[in-house]
Design a protein around this ligand. Structure first.
Ligand code: FAD
Length: 539
């Protein structure tokens, strides 16, 4: 018997397990389907390149994507302590303040969330108006500093974009080097940052290899979780709450397996309906990204990691190729007509990526990717079967709504412009995977051929003030008692940027809501006495 049963030890689950167990009078249970985070490739930054398709990856694929030549797109997701924060690219981005303000939800504006971004943060640049020190989550400069990363920034400036040293500061627009969630050249997953320091608490129990199969109810009140470990069924009772932190694919899947979802679909899958909630699994909001790859005679790429000197360097100083998060540089720009904030983000990886990273590079090269930050297209998550071990059906529906394709074409043109500038020319020497021409048709064909999902799915258990939302703005499942969802799935719309830091800030605020019934942090304006015009661009 526990007070709280948390399902999923990912970015959000680790924050909640740590914050809720700060109260020694409550018993917290954290269930995780995957193994402990003992693999070296989880902790050495570059190592995550070798994790896709292993036992720490759920290894999902989308349904055939209509506007992408019917391709099934790879959807990696962490299945391990730390969840996707144990396998991600470590880019630290909060999003743009407009994202949260546009949600229009009481308690979730940029001013409400900024104190939680800061509370979480331990930024090696020190404390400032926008940044925190002393929080659990280390944020630092990359210790790889590949020359192609700086070249991309210089090329962006040559192409007319601003140089930006802090995308989470005054302005989000511009090009620069990303800060990363690392400490001293090692990955700082949510497990490393939040869970490991709390593991010894007598009131926190962590169970890896434990797959939650459905939520247990008495009437409409959630009272526990049915799970299995290595095929052995188990039940856990929650006196106060069950909290789902399974991520944007698995939380809606678990709700549906528990009878909460679109009634017609559940009946089709032979799941008994507890609550007809059509919004569960709908509204999947994700960043579609295209790819460009060149080869170069310059021997500067991360292929140097294969040289013995690279390992020696990493072991001695935790610097060099092994410290790379891959996506070392990038930035934000506006391509849509009249865009009031960035609608495109760039990621540059100083390596020759072949086969979506599933094959080893044969030579030196560079990979550059624009992604669409404000997609109008929405996808869905559905059950493929009532078997809890079956993979869910994920449809991204990329480029099926609004002007998403037109804006991606413009984004690709801008990326090609940057890569054609003097600073990038030595590295973009020979086209390897680039469009056949500059016409809209050629660019569209390239986008259809190379689009991938850049790992930021949200929205499938969206919170809202409206009766149709899955969750209320306290993240409680509407129509039921003692059941919350806290993870990336709760965001109504994907923010402009990478989603780990936003998920952690949401979980920090949720911990206050669960423990105290209200957010304890004062909104930013009240705390800093700032006028709205001085609010941060990022959160
Ligand atoms: C390859 C990759 C690269 C990325 N790069 C970046 C980046 O550079 N920067 C950034 O900000 N974001 C990045 N992201 C996105 C970011 O990591 C996620 O948005 C964030 O981690 C989501 O957190 P979450 O808590 O919602 O889910 P997750 O962290 O995915 O956690 C869900 C957890 O629940 C567990 N679980 C699921 N179902 C069950 C069940 N039935 N029973 C028990 N346990 C279960 C899972 O195993 C997992 O541990 C990346 C993601 C990926 C996959």
């Amino acid at each position: 018997m526990f007070d709280y049963v948390i399902v999923g030890a990912g970015s959000a689950g680790c924050v909640l397990a740590s914050r809720l167990s700060e109260d020694p009078d409550v018993q917290v249970l954290l269930l995780e389907a995957g193994p402990p985070d003992t693999k070296e490739n989880v902790h050495v930054p570059l190592g995550y390149l070798k994790l896709a398709g292993t036992d720490v990856d759920w290894d999902y694929h989308s349904a055939p994507e209509r506007e992408c030549n019917g391709r099934r797109i790879q959807l990696p997701r962490g299945k391990v302590l730390g969840g996707s924060s144990s396998v991600n690219a470590m880019v630290y981005i909060r999003g743009n303040r407009r994202d949260y303000d546009d949600w229009g939800l009481s308690g979730w504006s940029s001013a409400d969330l900024l104190p939680y971004f800061i509370k979480a943060e331990d930024n090696e640049r020190g404390a400032s108006r926008w940044h925190g020190v002393g929080g659990p989550l280390p944020v630092s400069e990359s210790r790889s500093r590949n020359v192609m990363a700086s070249a991309f920034v210089d090329a962006g400036v040559e192409a007319g974009l601003a140089r930006n040293d802090d995308f989470n500061g005054d302005e989000q627009d511009g090009v620069g080097l990303y800060q990363v969630t690392q400490r001293e050249g090692m990955r700082a997953s949510a497990a490393v940052a939040y869970l490991h320091p709390a593991m010894e608490r007598p009131n926190l129990t962590v169970m890896p290899y434990m797959l939650a199969e459905r939520v247990l109810f008495e009437g409409t009140r959630a009272v526990g979780v049915q799970a299995s470990q290595l095929g052995q069924p188990q039940e856990f009772r929650a006196q106060r709450e069950v909290i789902l932190c399974g991520g944007a694919y698995n939380s809606p899947q678990l709700l549906m397996l528990s009878g909460i979802g679109p009634a017609e679909h559940l009946t089709l899958r032979e799941v008994e309906v507890l609550l007809d909630q059509p919004a569960v699994g709908e509204n999947l909001s994700e960043h579609a990204a295209a790819q460009l790859v060149w080869t170069t005679p310059e021997e500067e790429s991360l292929l140097l990691a294969l040289e013995p000197a690279a390992l020696e360097e990493y072991e001695a100083t935790r610097t060099g190729p092994f410290a790379s998060n891959l996506a070392e540089a990038g930035g934000f720009a506006r391509v849509g007509p009249g865009a009031s904030a960035p609608d495109v983000q760039f990621h540059l990886a100083p390596v020759h990526i072949v086969d979506d990273g599933m094959s080893d590079p044969e030579g030196h090269g560079v990979w550059v990717s624009p992604c669409l930050l404000t997609p109008q297209s929405r996808g869905s998550v559905r059950l493929a079967s009532s078997d809890p071990t079956a993979k869910p059906l994920v449809r991204n529906e990329f480029y099926t709504a609004g002007d998403d394709m037109q804006r991606m074409i413009a984004a690709l043109r801008l990326t090609l412009d940057i890569c054609g500038q003097a600073a990038m020319r030595p590295y973009c020497a020979e086209p390897f995977n680039t469009p056949d021409g500059d016409t809209d048709d050629a660019l569209r064909a390239h986008i259809a051929r190379t689009t991938f999902a850049i790992y930021h799915p949200v929205g499938t258990c969206r919170m809202g003030d409206d009766a149709d939302a899955v969750l209320d703005s306290q993240l409680r499942v509407n129509g039921l008692e003692s059941l919350r969802v806290v993870d990336a799935s709760v965001m109504p719309v994907v923010p402009r940027g990478n989603t780990n830091a936003p998920t952690i800030a949401i979980a920090e605020r949720a911990a206050d809501l669960i423990r105290h019934g209200r957010a304890l942090a004062e909104p930013f304006e009240a705390a800093a006495g700032a006028s709205p015009s001085r609010q941060p661009a990022a959160a």
